[in-house]
Design a protein around this ligand. Structure first.
Ligand code: B12
Ligand code: SF4
Length: 568
C-alpha cells in the first residue's frame, strides 16, 4: 500500500543485513538472509545449509509483522529437539515489546529461546558468551542453556529470556536492561558483507545451494538502505526514536559513508540509496561535512533521506551542495502544517519556503503528514483541513505524499495514554485489530464520533494528490527535478488502488459495526523482572526518560548507554 509501495520488495532491509554483516565479519559466513517478501513459502523446519540444519535461526521483526514472526518461530520449533537451532528474535518489535514474542498460551507455547532488544553488538556479545562455554560439536542450544544458567547472559544489557517452565510456558521473563549503544558507527561491520548473504527469491520452502550472486543483487534490491546517522533532537510525543537513541546523536564519518556507497555501487551495482536517518540535518555541521565529502568523492550515486522542515530551512543555503552530493529527494515530517498536533518548528510559510528551496536546488520534497482526530477534511478560510494542507503542499512543489493516521507507537510518550483513554480499538464488528493494521494506514485508534470519516479522509487526500489529471500536468510541465513527478504519480495511483482495496472495507466496518475498545496498555502476561529480581522496564510501560549523564556519548568511549531502567 501507500506510502511505501514497492519499498518492501525492492529494498532489502538494513537491520537483517546488519546482523548478517556482523556474522560474516566474525567468520560465520555460512549465513543466509531470507526475506519473506522474496521467499514467501520458506519454512525454517525444512532449511538446510550444506546439508545441515543451521546452528542458529533468527528472526527480525517489526511490530506489524508479529504474526509472521511467531509463525516462523513456531515452525522452527517443529525441528526435533536434538537438532533444533538456537532461536533468537530481534528487530524493532523485540526492542519495544519483547514480551509479545513469548507465548503465555499452553495450547501454543511458541517462543524463541531469547530476544535481543538491542543492536548487532548486543547480539555479538550474546554469541560470545554462548561460544565461550560451548564444547566442540555441542549444539548451540545446550551451550546457551549453560551460559544462561551460569548467569553469563545477565552481564549483557539488551536481552530478554524465558526462565522456568510450567505447562510448556515460561514461568518468568528476565530482562537484562537497556542496551548500551555503540557510539562510533564507523566500528560497524561493512554493509557489503550482508549483501553477499541474501537468499535468492524463490517459491520453495527450502534454501538454495548458494546465496544470490553479486551481479544479481541490484536486480532484486535496486534501493539500498544505508545507516548514516541515528537520532533526533526533537521530542515529538508520538515518536519513540529519541528515547530509543537515549537522546544521543550518532553518526558515521563522512569518509566511511562515501566508502560504503562506493563499494556497494562497485560490488553490486546499486545506484540508489535511502539513508535510514531519523533526521539527517539534525546536526548541521555534520550534515555539511557528509555532503561536502560526497560531493568531492563523486561516487555517482543518488540518495534520499528523512529531515525536518525546521532543519531544512536552517540548511537552505547548502541545498545546492546537497544536490551536488547526490541527494535527489528529502522526506520531511510535516505532520500538520499548522503545528496543532505537534510543534517542531513547522508552519505553512516555513514549509512552503523549504519546499521551494528544495525544488530550486533540484531536490524532490516528499512530505509526510499525520492525520488526527481534530483535523477535518476541509476548512474554509484556513489551512487546517487535511485537503487544504495537501493542496498547499502540492502547490509548493511536493512530489509525493504520505498521509498516515496517528496510531499508538510503543516506546513513545503518548503510548500509555492512547490505551488508557480508550482510544485504541480492540475489535470492530467482531473482527480483531491485528498487529499488521498498526501501520498507520488503518484507523485503529480514535476518539472521533465517526472514525470512518478519518479513514475516508486519508483515501480522499491520496486520490486528490495522485490522479490522471496531475499525471498529465506532470507530463506537460518541465521541472528542475526531472521526470520524478511523473513516476511518483504513476506509483502513487498504483499504490492508492491498493489502499482503496485494503482499507475501504475497513471504513464501512467502522461506519456500521460496533467498535470495542481497549482500556489497558499491552503488558506481559508472563511475569517479567530484571536480573536483580526487581521491576523490568517492560513490565509496566513508563514514559519518563532518565539518562545517566555520565554515560553520554564521547569519541573516546565508543560503547555507552544508559544504566538501569533508563530510556523507556
Ligand atoms: C528506514 C525506515 C523505514 C524505510 C525502510 C523500511 C525497510 N523495510 O527497510 C521505510 C520508509 C520504507 C519504512 C517503512 C515503514 N516503517 Co519504518 N523505519 C525506518 C527507520 C527510520 C530505520 C530502520 C533501519 O533500517 N534502521 C537501520 C538498521 C540497521 O537498524 P534496525 O532496523 O533497527 O536493526 C538493528 C536492530 O534492531 C537489530 N536487529 C534487527 N533485526 C534483528 C534480528 C536479530 C535476530 C537480532 C539479534 C538483532 C536485530 O540489529 C540491527 C542493527 O543494529 C526506523 C526508525 C529507526 N531509526 O530505527 C523506522 C521503523 C523501523 N519503521 C517503523 C514503521 C512502523 C514503519 C511502517 C509500518 C510505516 C509507518 N507507519 O511508519 C512502514 C513499514 C514498511 C515495511 N513493510 O517495511 C517503526 C517500527 C515500530 C515497531 N514497533 O516495530 C520504526 C522503528 C519507526 C518508529 N516508529 O519508531 N521504514
Ligand atoms: S522530528 Fe521525527 S524523528 Fe524527531 S522526534 Fe519528531 S517524529 Fe521523531
Amino acid at each position: 500500500m501507500l506510502p511505501f509501495i514497492f519499498a518492501d520488495t525492492r529494498m532489502a532491509p538494513a537491520g537483517i543485513r546488519a546482523v548478517g554483516s556482523a556474522l560474516a565479519d566474525i567468520g560465520c559466513e555460512k549465513t543466509r538472509l531470507v526475506l519473506q517478501q522474496w521467499n514467501r513459502r520458506f519454512r525454517p523446519s525444512q532449511m538446510r545449509l550444506d546439508g545441515r540444519i543451521p546452528d542458529l535461526f533468527m528472526v527480525s521483526s517489526m511490530g506489524m509483522h508479529e504474526a509472521e514472526c511467531k509463525e516462523l518461530v513456531r515452525d522452527a520449533r517443529r525441528i526435533d529437539p536434538e537438532h533444533r537451532p538456537l532461536i533468537i528474535v530481534g528487530g524493532s518489535h523485540a526492542v519495544y515489546e519483547p514480551f509479545k514474542i513469548f507465548s503465555a498460551d499452553p495450547e501454543d507455547p511458541a517462543g524463541p529461546d531469547i530476544a535481543v532488544t538491542g543492536e548487532e553488538f548486543v547480539f555479538l556479545s550474546l554469541l560470545e558468551a554462548v561460544l565461550s562455554v560451548r564444547a566442540e560439536g555441542e549444539p548451540m542450544r545446550s551451550a546457551f542453556a549453560r551460559a544462561r544458567d551460569a548467569g553469563m547472559l545477565d552481564e549483557i544489557p539488551g536481552l530478554v529470556y524465558p526462565l522456568g517452565e510450567r505447562d510448556g510456558i515460561a514461568e518468568k521473563l528476565i530482562d537484562t536492561g537497556t542496551q548500551r549503544l555503540l557510539g562510533d558507527l564507523d566500528e560497524l561491520p561493512h554493509p557489503t558483507l550482508g549483501y553477499r548473504l541474501l537468499e535468492p527469491p524463490s517459491r520453495v520452502a527450502t534454501l538454495a545451494s548458494s546465496a544470490l550472486p553479486a551481479d544479481r543483487v541490484r536486480r532484486h534490491t535496486p534501493l539500498g538502505s544505508l545507516v548514516m546517522t541515528f537520532g533526533c533532537k526533537f521530542a515529538c510525543p508520538y515518536c519513540p526514536i529519541p528515547a530509543y537513541n537515549q537522546r544521543q546523536y550518532r553518526t558515521k564519518s563522512p569518509d566511511r559513508i562515501a566508502d560504503e556507497m562506493r563499494r556497494i555501487n562497485r560490488e553490486f551495482g546499486l545506484r540508489y540509496f535511502f539513508g535510514t536517518d531519523d533526521n539527517f540535518f539534525n546536526d548541521h555541521g555534520r550534515a555539511l561535512e557528509i555532503a561536502e565529502t560526497l560531493a568531492r568523492a563523486k561516487v555517482g550515486v543518488r540518495w534520499g533521506t528523512e529531515v525536518t522542515v525546521h532543519d531544512t530551512l536552517k540548511m537552505k543555503e547548502h541545498l545546492p551542495l546537497m544536490h551536488e552530493a547526490g541527494c535527489r529527494g528529502l522526506w520531511l515530517g510535516v505532520e500538520d502544517l499548522t503545528a496543532t498536533l505537534v510543534k517542531k518548528g513547522q508552519s505553512a510559510d516555513k514549509t512552503t519556503e523549504a519546499f521551494r528551496r528544495l525544488r530550486d536546488a533540484g531536490i524532490c520534497p516528499m512530505p509526510m503528514m499525520m492525520h488526527h482526530d481534530s483535523q477535518p477534511l476541509y476548512t474554509r478560510g484556513s489551512d487546517y483541513g487535511l485537503l487544504n494542507q495537501v493542496r498547499l503542499l502540492r502547490k509548493s512543489g511536493a512530489v509525493s505524499l504520505q498521509v498516515l493516521m496517528i496510531v499508538p507507537s510503543p516506546g513513545s510518550k503518548l503510548y500509555n495514554e492512547t490505551y488508557t483513554s480508550g482510544q485504541v480499538f480492540d475489535r470492530v464488528g467482531g473482527r480483531r485489530v491485528d498487529p499488521y493494521m498498526h501501520d498507520g494506514n488503518y484507523v485503529i485508534a480514535s476518539h472521533h464520533k465517526h472514525p470512518w470519516k478519518k479513514q475516508l479522509n486519508i483515501l480522499t487526500s491520496y486520490s486528490y494528490f495522485y490522479n490522471p489529471w496531475w499525471l498529465l500536468v506532470a507530463l506537460l510541465r518541465k521541472t528542475k527535478v526531472g521526470d520524478k513527478p511523473v513516476s511518483a504519480q504513476l506509483f502513487g495511483m498504483l499504490g492508492n488502488s491498493q489502499n482503496i482495496r485494503r482499507t475501504l472495507g475497513w471504513a464501512f466496518r467502522l461506519m456500521f459495526r460496533k467498535i470495542e475498545r481497549l482500556s489497558e496498555t499491552p503488558a506481559s502476561t508472563i511475569p517479567m523482572q530484571s536480573v536483580e529480581g526487581t521491576h523490568s522496564i517492560y513490565a509496566t510501560p513508563t514514559v519518563e526518560i532518565t539518562i545517566d549523564k555520565a554515560a553520554l556519548l564521547s569519541a573516546s568511549a565508543p560503547r555507552v548507554g544508559s544504566t538501569e531502567g533508563a530510556a523507556r
